[in-house]
Structures are given as structure tokens and as C-alpha cells.
Design a protein around this ligand. Structure first.
Ligand code: AP5
Ligand code: MG
Length: 220
């Protein structure tokens, strides 16, 4: 049973590493960004409400996110644990998560901070693309598919880029991270669950660092 939070600025590699950890631990990746993008793509009332805020790179309101994640962690696939990617992102969200877990007699095992310098992030984000069919993530420079134009995972040939992956929205997302999300670092450090990995390292190396942190869960 492992419950993790991945914490880091836009482009830190949360999604990349959450997918790897989810498959090695056999627990779901709960990406609030992916959940909200699915609502936007489906044209649901929630999607219509959040699209402009997301495209601008601002945070969606706490109430919406708390509701979204509250329903998700009660799904049967979360019984064995989960990896939160992109939630919580503000103190009210962290406090609400604490209450939700306490009500269910559960707790977070580790919060893993992925530390990356701001100037690396714009390059990472503007080079990112995703398989339209299976959602596998790639990068023009750092993580190219083995065969150009063909997804390694599913053989798909269509790729998408996110509406908020332009330089202006990235700068707004980064400002939101520093103002609203970074205060969670001392919050979780004070609870003794924070671990930090060097997110500037190569992708496989970051995975190894994270696996070492996860291996300490349950250790005295
Ligand atoms: P979200 O989808 O969570 O976006 P984000 O936090 O801005 O993070 P990203 O997904 O851009 O980056 P990542 O850390 O996952 O990096 P990745 O692994 O892809 O949220 C989007 C929006 O939704 C928010 O702006 C907000 O509007 C809303 N939202 C979501 N949650 C919310 C919440 N809780 N509250 C309020 N609003 C919320 O990597 C990036 C690229 O770099 C990839 O191409 C990858 O291949 C490459 N890469 C990864 N690791 C490395 C490495 N070590 N070296 C080189 N390249 C690397
Ligand atoms: Mg992501």
C-alpha cells in the first residue's frame, strides 16, 4: 500500500515519473491535469468552466479540485494506493486532502519533491508532445519515439500538444507554482514525509532516485 504525492513545477517530470512508478507499484496515477483535460475534451459543463483558466496557466478553484479528487480516491482501484500528480497544489487543497484521508483512516506515505531549475522548464514544456491514442509522453529533444512519428507504446501515429504549453502560459504556471504550491514544501517537511530528488538528472536516473525513496516507505 503506497500513497505518494509528486510535487514540482510545470515540466518537472511529474507525469513522466508518475506513469513509471504507477506501473512498477501497480497503483493508479491520479493526474488532476489529465482529469481536467479529459473534461475539456469531452465538452462537459466542468470542462467548459475550466478551459479558459487552464489555457491561461492559472489554477482552477480549490473547490472543484477537492471535489474531483475526493471522488477519485474512493474508486476501487485506489484501495492499493495511488500516486497524486498535480494535487494538492495549494494549502487549502493539502488541508482538504489531510481531512479526506483522516476520515478514511489513511495517510500519505511520501511527498516527493522534484527539484528543477526554472530555466530548464520552458525548454522541457515547449518540446513536449503526447500520443493521441494512448497518452504516452515524449519530447522533441529528451525523449523521442524510437521510430519518428510512431508511438513506442501503441504504434499510434497521431500526437498532440497541450494548449497551455506555450511560453506565456508556462510563465504564468511557474508563477502560480511559486506563489501557491511551493508553500506545501515546508508544510510536508513539518510532517516528516518530504523527500527531494534531483529532477535535473536524466529521466532514468530520476526514476532510480524515486524508487529509492519509495523503498523507504514502511521502513522504521
Ligand atoms: P498539469 O497537467 O498538472 O500541469 P503542470 O503541473 O503544469 O505540469 P506538467 O504536466 O506541465 O509537467 P510535468 O511535471 O507532468 O512534466 P512531464 O513529465 O510532462 O496541470 C495543468 C493545469 O491544470 C494547471 O495549470 C491548472 O490550470 C489545472 N490544474 C491541475 N491540477 C490542479 C490543481 N490541483 N489545482 C488547481 N488547478 C489545477 O515532463 C515535461 C517534459 O519534459 C516531457 O516532454 C518529458 O519528456 C520531459 N522530461 C521529463 N523529465 C525529464 C528529465 N529528467 N530530463 C529531460 N526531460 C525530461
Ligand atoms: Mg503532467
Amino acid at each position: 500500500m503506497t500513497r505518494l504525492i509528486l510535487l514540482g513545477p510545470p515540466g518537472a517530470g511529474k507525469g513522466t515519473q508518475a506513469k513509471r512508478l504507477a506501473s512498477s507499484l501497480g497503483v493508479p496515477q491520479l493526474s488532476t491535469g489529465d482529469m481536467l483535460r479529459a473534461e475539456v475534451a469531452a465538452g462537459s459543463p466542468l470542462g467548459k468552466k475550466v478551459k479558459a483558466v487552464m489555457d491561461a496557466g492559472k489554477l482552477v478553484s480549490d473547490d472543484i479540485l477537492i471535489d474531483l479528487i475526493g471522488h477519485r480516491i474512493d474508486q476501487p482501484d485506489c484501495r492499493k494506493g495511488f500516486i497524486l500528480d498535480g494535487f494538492p497544489r495549494s494549502l487549502p487543497q493539502a488541508e482538504a486532502l489531510d481531512r479526506m484521508l483522516a476520515d478514511r483512516k489513511l495517510k500519505i506515505d511520501r511527498v516527493i519533491e522534484m527539484a528543477v531549475q526554472d530555466d530548464a522548464l520552458v525548454e522541457r514544456i515547449t518540446g513536449r508532445f503526447t500520443c493521441a491514442k494512448c497518452g504516452a509522453g515524449y519530447h522533441d529533444k529528451f525523449q523521442r519515439p524510437k521510430r519518428d512519428g510512431v508511438c513506442d507504446q501503441c504504434g499510434g501515429a497521431q500526437f498532440t500538444r497541450r494548449a497551455d504549453d506555450n511560453e506565456q502560459a508556462v510563465r504564468t504556471r511557474l508563477a502560480a507554482y511559486h506563489a501557491q504550491t511551493a508553500p506545501l514544501l515546508p508544510y510536508y517537511r513539518g510532517r516528516g514525509v518530504l523527500a527531494t530528488v534531483d529532477g535535473m538528472a536524466a529521466i532514468d536516473d530520476v526514476t532510480r532516485q524515486m524508487s529509492r525513496v519509495v523503498a523507504t516507505v514502511g521502513a522504521a
